[in-house]
Ligand binder design. Structure first.
Ligand code: AMP
Length: 281
C-alpha cells in the first residue's frame, strides 16, 4: 500500500493508474479506523481496480467548541487495517497541505439541507464536509466514492453536491456496521467510559423500536418519534439533541412514514454526541 502525504503524489499515482485503464474508488475518512470504515474499503475493493483511502481529520468541519484537538488518531494502526483490507493508497496529508496558509474558498449547499438535523447544533459542519470532499474528489478523481449510512445526512448532502456540481462520480452508500450489542461503530465511542458505553445502547434500542413500529405499519411519524424519545429519556445519562423524521433525498421533515423516510437522531451521552438512524425502505 502506498502512503502519500502530498496532493502531487496522489495525482501522479492516479495518472499512472489511468494510463493502465484502471478504475479508482475513494473512501474519505478521518482515521482511527474501525470495521465500519473497513466495510467501505471492502465494498470499494470489490467494485474498483484501485482504492484510495483518505485519512485526514478535517478542521473545517469542526465548530469552535467541538472535539478537533481531542479527536482520536492512530495512523500506524489505520495503515495495518487498510493493508489487510486491500487499499491501494492511503492519503494522509497535513492541514497545511490541504488548506495552505490562506485558503478562502468553500463549497456550500445554500438550501436548508445543511441546516436541518445535525446542522441545528453544527452550523458550519456540512460546509466543511462539502469543501474537503470536493477537494478529495479533485485530487483523486475517482469513478466511485463510498460513504456510510451511519452519517445519513452527510450522504444525502454529498449526493446533492455531486448532482448540483456535475461531478460525474458515483456515490455508493454503505450500511451501518454495529457492535455485537447494537451500538453503531464510531471513532467517538472511544470517549465513552464504562457506564456511558452501557447508556449509549439507548440509541440503537430507539432505532430498533422505531424500525419495528414502521415495519408494523405505523404511518404516523410523530408516534414513532414520541416512542423513541420516551425510551431515550428513560436513560439518565442521555440528553436528546434531536430525534427527527425527514425525507432522505431532501432532508425536509416528514410526517407520514413512506419509502425513503429517514429516522435520525443525535443524543449526548455525557459529553459525547452520538448519532444513529434507520431508513424506511
Ligand atoms: P469518519 O471517519 O467518521 O468521517 O467516517 C468516514 C466514513 O465512514 C463515513 O462515510 C462514515 O459514514 C463511515 N462510517 C463511520 N462509521 C460507520 C459505521 N459504523 N458503519 C458504516 N460506515 C461508517
Amino acid at each position: 500500500m502506498i502512503k502519500a502525504e502530498t496532493i502531487k503524489e496522489v495525482r501522479d499515482q492516479v495518472k499512472a493508474w489511468r494510463k493502465e485503464g484502471l478504475t479508482i474508488g475513494l473512501v474519505p475518512t478521518m482515521g482511527y479506523l474501525h470495521e465500519g470504515h473497513a466495510s467501505l474499503v471492502d465494498k470499494a475493493v470489490s467494485q474498483c481496480d484501485r482504492v484510495i483511502v483518505s485519512d485526514f481529520v478535517n478542521p473545517t468541519q469542526f465548530g469552535p467548541t467541538e472535539d478537533l484537538s481531542t479527536y482520536p488518531r492512530d495512523f500506524e494502526r489505520d495503515c495495518k487495517l487498510l493493508e489487510e483490507h486491500g487499499a491501494s493508497l492511503v492519503f494522509h496529508p497535513s492541514v497545511e497541505e490541504m488548506y495552505g496558509e490562506a485558503a478562502a474558498t468553500y463549497v456550500e449547499i445554500l438550501n436548508d439541507m445543511p441546516k436541518r438535523l445535525c446542522g441545528q447544533t453544527r452550523p458550519i459542519h456540512f460546509r466543511g464536509v462539502c469543501t474537503v470532499v470536493s477537494k478529495l474528489f479533485n485530487i483523486a478523481t475517482p469513478d466511485k466514492a463510498f460513504f456510510g449510512m451511519k452519517d445519513a445526512q452527510q450522504l444525502s448532502i454529498i449526493k446533492k453536491m455531486v448532482k448540483d456540481m456535475s461531478y460525474g462520480i458515483e456515490i455508493v452508500g454503505c450500511p451501518i456496521i454495529r457492535e455485537d450489542d447494537g451500538l453503531a461503530k464510531s471513532s467517538r465511542n472511544t470517549y465513552l467510559n464504562e457506564e456511558e458505553r452501557k447508556a449509549a445502547l439507548v440509541l440503537s434500542k430507539a432505532v430498533k423500536l422505531g424500525k419495528e413500529m414502521a415495519e408494523n405499519c405505523e404511518k404516523d411519524a410523530a408516534k414513532i418519534l414520541e416512542a423513541q424519545k420516551d425510551l431515550i429519556e428513560k436513560e439518565p445519562l442521555a440528553k436528546i439533541d434531536y430525534v427527527s423524521a425527514a425525507n432522505f433525498d431532501t432532508l425536509e421533515p416528514e410526517t407520514q412514514v413512506k419509502s425513503g423516510t429517514l429516522f435520525a437522531m443525535a443524543v449526548y451521552i455525557g459529553k459525547t454526541r452520538l448519532i444513529d438512524n434507520f431508513l424506511y425502505e
